[in-house]
Write a protein that binds this ligand. Structure first.
Ligand code: FPP
Length: 238
């Protein structure tokens, strides 16, 4: 049974397996992403119900540009569709949307949809829903290092005074004061981090589940959180 007194504050999810789900159902890959979007909506709602404070999903990585033009275009069309169909629900449910990643590079209609979502949900103080788009952890750390180097160059900081907190504060998550995730869930049986939140996951628990992302239901989500709750977290201590 899920212990409602020990719900993690921050859950991060690698939504993997849309392509394999599509193949298994004999439909185009974009149809897999569409099914993935529907699964994502349910997990957003359920996170809110469970009292999760921060939910971060990996929607598009800095490496995903290598996919076909049709697939990349299809994912961003879905993003526009998601905002059109769900923005009112997000506002009504007091969800605060954040983007992790440099979304200036994505197609203009998708960027405008995101900007509208950010503006309309910025005053909400319910679930913080962070969507990682054009996100890569190495790119994020590089940006933080660049900002700190600039401070050194401007004489505001000595190199030996750089702290872990400063590096963290200049990450995308630092800009929004997002705490480290207690748990990272990855679907589809793959067991790797794929350039996701590498700095922030230093002490996270990892839960890998076999279902493809479109098949990841709220029930399966609760099971994954039960697995997290069964772990003994020691943070390097005894
Ligand atoms: C990974 O599956 C999934 C993605 C790269 C895209 C995730 C997108 C969504 C869940 C829907 C769109 C939602 C938004 C907010 C844009 P994969 O394609 O790598 O699957 P595979 O490993 O089976 O090929």
């Amino acid at each position: 049974m899920l212990d409602m007194d020990r719900i993690p504050r921050h859950v991060a999810i690698i939504m993997d397996g849309n392509g394999r789900w599509a193949k298994a159902h004999g439909v185009p890959r974009v149809a897999g992403h569409n099914a993935g979007m529907k699964a994502m909506k349910k997990i957003v709602d359920h996170s809110d119900k469970l009292g999760v404070e921060y939910l971060t999903v990996y929607a598009f990585s800095t490496e995903n540009w290598k996919r076909s033009v049709e697939e990349v275009g299809g994912i961003f069309k879905l993003l526009v569709k998601y905002v059109q169909s769900d923005l009112k629900g997000l506002i009504d449910n007091n969800v605060h949307v954040n983007i992790l990643g440099d979304y200036s590079a994505i197609p203009e209609d998708a960027r405008k949809s995101l900007e509208k979502t950010l503006a309309k949900t910025s005053a909400n103080d319910g679930l913080k829903f962070n969507i990682a788009i054009n996100y890569g952890s190495r790119d994020e750390i590089r940006r933080s290092v660049t900002e700190l180097c600039r401070m050194v160059k401007d004489g505001q900081l000595e190199p030996e005074d750089v702290t872990e907190e400063m590096i963290g504060a200049h990450l995308f998550t630092g800009h929004e004061d997002i705490p480290d995730p207690e748990v990272v869930i990855r679907t589809s049986g793959e067991e790797r981090l794929s350039n996701f939140l590498m700095w922030q996951c230093a002490y996270s628990e990892f839960v890998f589940v076999d279902e493809f992302w479109p098949d990841f239901t709220p029930e399966r989500y609760e099971k994954a959180l039960e697995i997290y709750q069964s772990r003994d977290r020691r943070f390097g201590g005894r």
